[in-house]
Design a protein around this ligand. Structure first.
Ligand code: SAT
Ligand code: MN
Length: 595
């Protein structure tokens, strides 16, 4: 029997014919029982939350202690991004490049249409309009996500400016990202995250987890965003943005790229150590930066998101008090454990480990158990407005001027604590040759070094070689180039212990960065770049020996020879797309090493 035709309900919010036609097409394919427009209102949030609780999708946490907070347990086979099932579907394979999975667009549409066909029968299709970026900003982009997941609708409400405001900004324009998502039956065999950059379209099937399904985040803001950025002359980056204000009241903005689960959120919300009274750090963004050249020739950045989808384990009042405050209310927790008192719990939380818990899969857990109670990639979805250190500039349509760009990976050896690039091209080389030990944010083996250029390996929506060229080309349009730095908080000693204390003490490294930007200190030239001169890195009050500091900042030629081999293999993979300027940087470094 043919499915009854679904009609898209009328709404006072829009009559955009392009939008209506697209929703109709998708509804004809997925055949939902009902279509619901999301307006982003409080009343709607209450209604959807109640429905989600009734359906067992959300579980209320202790409402006295954690008001407005809920727990979601995802399917245990669906707890992280799936890079091997993520595709860039450009007409030519070379445009996706060797670091992305590629599928022919026609093949991908046909294949996924088979899965989507009838996939929402018996379900509701939520129409989730959203803006990435401040309302009315020239940086901002509009997306609409059609999803069968109430969890996605509620998360998108936190992560983006969602609802009526997006439709108002869209008006009758046809310029919006078309995102179609269905959880299907959460079968990893039928899981696909497909991007069609030339159509500004995303089709995601078979997952209910974060980066696979909150389509505004990695899919639009990074993969499609980076593609649009190249076409339109701007940068979409996997970077936090923070403002540092000195006791004299001068604010400097910094953008920094780290791979997933390497402490971006902690860095973006950092509280300086007591030696830095009078200094203030404010968060503009914790994960994504869109950067454009402003009318004055400076590089300006916005955070396209409105919330934080952060890693929970390890978050506590020492590592990140601002995150602890941010998740205290109106937060959705995914895959954490729960105490007998209904409080969320995770490894690395403050206080005693409880005797008994319910683990992230809903199973009883006792203290001392070998298994983790919270999933290592468990997440919080918290409104940015909860952050006590939120920058007052976060809704500024013009963004903030960026003075420094920092690239950081998780490396137990090789890469020193901090260094500054000799110039923009060398800085692009430092970003392009970033490596990092893998984490739980993506499925796969944890702790292996992989090249992760600019922390964009899983997020660049086009050929990585063209992406590097785009970075090199940006130099021509920026009058006042930000200075570029490389950091590594994760160096270990011979006993496998972290040498640098990290967290708030990263302020000390940041201070050196600011001093370099302002031209207050000279650097010491090394073969890798400029490093702090003896005494310029402020370690007042820090319990770190001279030897340990020397170890954290040391450059070991043997390690660098291995490193350069691995860089060579990576560049070879890019073939003729690897920019000459970067190959030359590698040769120069090799010559310096051997010289
Ligand atoms: O899973 S997400 O992609 O949303 C988060 C991350 O990997 O940084
Ligand atoms: Mn991220």
């Amino acid at each position: 029997m043919a499915a009854p035709d679904v009609t898209v309900p009328k709404t006072s919010m829009t009559s955009n014919p392009h939008l209506m036609k697209w929703i109709e097409d998708c509804a004809r394919l997925a055949k939902p029982d009902r279509i619901v427009w999301c307006d982003g209102s409080e009343a709607e949030k209450e209604r959807l939350t109640k429905e989600a609780v009734d359906a067992g999708i959300l579980m209320p946490l202790n409402q006295q202690k954690w008001p407005g907070c809920y727990l979601h347990r995802s399917n245990p086979n669906d707890v992280a991004r799936v890079e091997h099932l993520t595709f860039i579907c450009t007409p030519n394979k070379v445009d996706a490049g060797p670091t992305n999975n590629w599928m022919d667009p026609d093949e991908a549409y046909t294949k996924l249409a088979n899965h989507f066909d009838g996939s929402m029968k018996g379900r509701t299709m939520y129409v989730v309009p959203y803006v990435m970026g401040p309302i009315g900003s020239p940086f901002s982009k509009i997306g609409v996500e059609l999803t069968d997941s109430i969890y996605v609708a509620l998360n998108m409400r936190i992560m983006a400016r969602m609802g009526r405001q997006a439709l108002e900004m869209l008006g009758s324009s046809n310029d919006f990202n078309r995102g179609l998502h269905c959880t299907g039956d959460i079968n990893p065999e039928r899981r696909f995250i497909c991007h069609f950059p030339q159509d500004n379209t995303i089709w995601s099937f078979g997952s209910g987890y974060g980066g696979n399904v909150l389509l505004g985040k990695k899919c639009l803001a990074l993969r499609i965003g980076s593609y649009l950025g190249r076409e339109e002359g701007w940068l979409a980056e996997h970077m936090l943005i923070l403002g540092v204000t000195s006791p004299q009241g001068e604010t400097t903005y910094v953008a920094a790229a780290f791979p997933s689960a390497c402490g971006k959120t902690n860095f973006a919300m950092m509280i300086p150590p007591k030696e830095y009274t009078g200094w203030k750090i404010e968060t503009v963004g914790d994960d994504i930066a869109w950067m454009r050249v402003g009318p004055d020739g400076q590089l300006y950045a916005i955070n396209p998101e409105a919330g934080y989808f952060g890693v929970v384990p390890g978050t506590n009042n020492k590592t990140n008090p601002n995150a602890m405050a941010s998740i205290r209310k109106d937060t959705i927790f995914t895959n954490v454990a729960v105490t007998e008192d209904g409080e969320p719990w995770w490894e690395g939380k403050d206080g005693e480990v409880p005797e008994r818990l319910t683990d992230w899969q809903g199973r009883p857990w006792v203290k001392g158990s070998a298994e983790k109670a919270a999933h290592p990639n468990s997440r919080f979805t918290a409104p940015a407005a909860n952050n006590p250190a939120l920058s007052p500039k976060v809704n500024d349509p013009q963004g903030v001027p960026i003075s420094a760009i920092i690239f950081g990976g998780r490396r137990s050896n090789t890469v020193p604590l901090v260094l500054q690039a000799f110039n923009w091209t060398h800085g692009v080389f430092l970003g392009a040759t970033m490596g990092s030990e893998t984490t739980a944010a993506a499925t796969g083996k944890v702790g292996v070094v992989r090249r992760d250029p600019m922390a964009m390996l899983p997020f660049c929506g086009y050929n990585m070689g063209d992406y590097f060229q785009h970075w090199l080309d940006m130099q021509k349009s920026i009058d006042k180039l930000p200075k570029i730095f490389q950091v590594n908080w994760f160096r270990q000693d011979s006993n496998g212990k972290f040498i640098w204390p990290g967290f708030g003490d990263n302020m000390r490294v940041l201070k050196w960065v600011l001093d370099r930007v302002a031209g207050r200190v000279a650097g010491k030239e090394t073969l890798l770049g400029w490093v702090p001169k003896q005494g310029d890195l402020d370690v007042r009050g820090l319990d770190i020996s001279k030897e340990a500091l020397a170890e954290a900042t040391s450059i070991k030629e043997e390690e660098w020879k291995t490193e350069l081999k691995s860089q060579e293999t990576f560049f070879e993979q890019l073939g003729s797309k690897a920019p000459e300027a970067l190959l030359l940087q590698r040769k120069l470094l090799l010559a310096r090493l051997e010289g």
